[in-house]
Design a protein around this ligand. Structure first.
Ligand code: ADP
Ligand code: MG
Length: 299
């Protein structure tokens, strides 16, 4: 695949000009920059990458222009779930070999993806000039997207924490497995006690029914209420455990594309609607450049 070829054109025109795309109307919210949302977890394997992929599709179908950052430095696999094979990543932008537009790949339904790769490790070593260049590149994207989703990877390593600090909203994913609940708690605890981050959203994945998800939330919310009083944990819903979900994964596709009538697909549509109905405070500075600026200042 030649990523460079025509991508600049896509970034400037086609992908973001929703009026002409598959009947999806462009959102005319006129916001100053996209919502910057990280999808994170304490424990791995809870469904983050697939949640990012499906949520992106759900947002697109609601007319939103979506950019994804693959921030999982260990297992960069948002490209795998979309069946993509990117050649370039952020590193090529940092090195000055490529422009950001040449590194961004187009996934299904014109979702745009920034492959992070090992370049994200290098943010710490950038000269001020390189930082400025990178920020200027990202600045150009602000008007082009409504939602910027970050797949952070799992755990409490500094990179993951930094992504979450820099994001405007954080969706913590947990399952009913006790270790995933305690690890979600540990992640929020570190973020609050070491970095003062106070607001989190909880999404419970792979549940058999709504009550199961509710009890995970109550469990976490009680622990937070008792030991981390100043944290606000908002329940944003659940995704059912679904055989079609796994079938779709095996076909390198999202469940929402392959089995739109499946229970988990409906869950993603409801989640996207709920998130859109609940916009963050306008005073919160949510744009792509601001995200990278914060990210670099963490290092
Ligand atoms: N709602 C669900 N129903 C069924 N299987 C799921 C669901 N969510 C995730 N999975 C399974 O979990 C696996 C891991 O998901 P993944 O998105 O890679 O997790 P993470 O990014 O958190 O490591 C997927 O390959 C899929 O098989
Ligand atoms: Mg993942």
């Amino acid at each position: 695949m030649d990523q460079a070829n025509g991508l600049r054109e896509m970034v400037r025109n086609k992908a973001y000009n929703m009026n002409g795309v598959k009947g999806v109307k462009r959102d005319s919210g006129g916001s100053p920059g996209p919502r910057v949302v990280s999808v994170t977890s304490g424990k791995g394997g809870v469904g983050k990458t697939n949640i990012v992929g499906n949520l992106a599709i759900a947002f697109r179908r609601l007319g939103k222009r979506v950019l994804i950052l693959d921030g999982d430095l260990g297992l960069a696999n948002i490209d795998i779930i979309f069946g993509l094979n990117p050649v370039y990543n952020i590193k090529h932008v940092i090195n000055g070999e490529k422009d950001l537009e040449e590194v961004i790949v187009e996934g299904p339904e014109e979702i745009c993806i920034i492959p992070g790769g090992s370049g994200l490790h290098e943010l710490v070593h950038l000269t001020n000039g390189q930082k400025l260049n990178l920020l200027n590149e990202f600045d150009t994207l602000n008007e082009d997207f409504d939602i910027f989703l970050i797949d952070t990877g799992a755990g409490i390593s500094s990179n993951i924490i930094y992504f979450n600090i820099a994001a405007q909203e954080r969706i913590v994913v947990a399952t009913c497995e006790p270790s995933s609940i305690t690890d979600a708690y540990a992640l929020m605890k570190v973020m609050f006690t070491q970095h003062g981050t106070r607001s989190f959203k909880l999404l419970v994945n792979m549940v058999s029914h709504a009550e199961e998800a509710k009890s995970v939330f109550e469990n976490l919310s009680n622990a937070v209420g008792r030991f981390l009083k100043d944290i606000s944990l908002e329940y944003v819903g659940f995704i059912l455990k679904d055989d079609n979900f796994q079938r779709a994964v095996r076909q390198q596709c999202t469940v929402l594309q392959r089995y739109p009538e499946s229970e988990s697909s409906k869950g993603f549509c409801e989640l996207a609607q709920r998130l859109l109905a609940n916009s963050p405070n306008a005073s919160c500075d949510g744009n792509i450049k601001f995200f990278w600026k914060k990210l670099m200042s963490c290092h």
